[in-house]
Ligand binder design. Structure first.
Ligand code: ZN
Length: 244
């Protein structure tokens, strides 16, 4: 079993295609796990949902997915995000909006619990600190959990004697799965924010018990042109080349 773990695809079709092509070049992909924000910000929400659903997919909803299907309002979004959420809602067909509305906010796949923000607050919490990781480990009924939302690739390792250890993950970094409980963030496919504009994902080699973080280049300029042509806020295009 080889599983592609993605988060925060944000309707970026070229980035998602690049990730799936890269993963396939490393061996057959059996499933995709996605920790939310499949849509929002980017110009190709329907195409992204179609491509994801061609695979065996286990997904949870993020705040942008819930806004796109009308389950939450946009009052807590900044201006660019709110404009993008309204645009996305208007450019998804009714079955796709219903599919998003039916997504759970948490789910368990094997030894992994999935949530967009955190298990405490799946929609909104940015899990970044050791204190937050401690709470997550308390709520975690599985050895490992996967979150997104911050768009930062990292892993927290549980420490029996104190604050969990944070590791920021770069291209090619690996974690062997063993007795240590983990919280992992695969980073963002469609809008990385760690200064590296390449799409980020994790490949989980289940037989080898190995998680590997990967970064993949894609056609950012073509993606920016689509965002601008769609009438989405220009900042959403600009930030892609900065990885911010
Ligand atoms: Zn996001």
């Amino acid at each position: 079993m080889s599983i592609v773990i993605v988060s925060d695809v944000h309707a970026n079709l070229a980035a998602l295609r690049a990730v799936l092509t890269d993963a396939a070049s490393r061996g057959a992909v059996d499933a995709i796990w996605a920790t939310g924000d499949l849509v929002g910000y980017g110009a190709e929400p329907g195409e992204v949902l179609d491509l994801l659903r061609e695979h065996r997919l286990a997904a949870v909803a993020g705040n942008h997915d819930l806004a796109a299907c009308g389950k939450i309002g946009v009052n807590e979004f900044n201006a660019s995000a709110a404009a993008a959420a309204r645009w996305t809602a208007g450019h998804l067909d009714i079955p796709s909006r219903q599919w998003l509305a039916d997504l759970p906010q948490t789910r368990i796949e094997g030894d992994f619990g999935l949530a967009h923000g955190s298990l405490r607050d799946p929609v909104w919490e940015y899990l970044l600190s050791g204190e937050q990781a401690l709470v997550q480990f308390e709520l975690q009924t599985t050895p490992y959990s996967i979150v997104g939302h911050s768009h930062l690739p990292f892993v927290f390792e549980e420490r029996r004697d104190g604050v969990p250890r944070l590791r920021r993950m770069d291209d090619g970094d690996e974690v062997a799965i063993g007795n240590t409980r983990l919280i992992l963030n695969p980073g963002s496919v469609g809008q990385p924010r760690d200064g590296d504009p390449r799409a980020s994902y994790v490949l989980y080699d289940e037989p080898a018990a190995l998680l590997t973080w990967h970064r993949v280049a894609y056609d950012i300029e073509a993606t920016q042109r689509k965002i601008i042509a769609a009438g989405l806020p220009r900042w959403l295009a600009d930030r892609l080349s900065e990885g911010r």
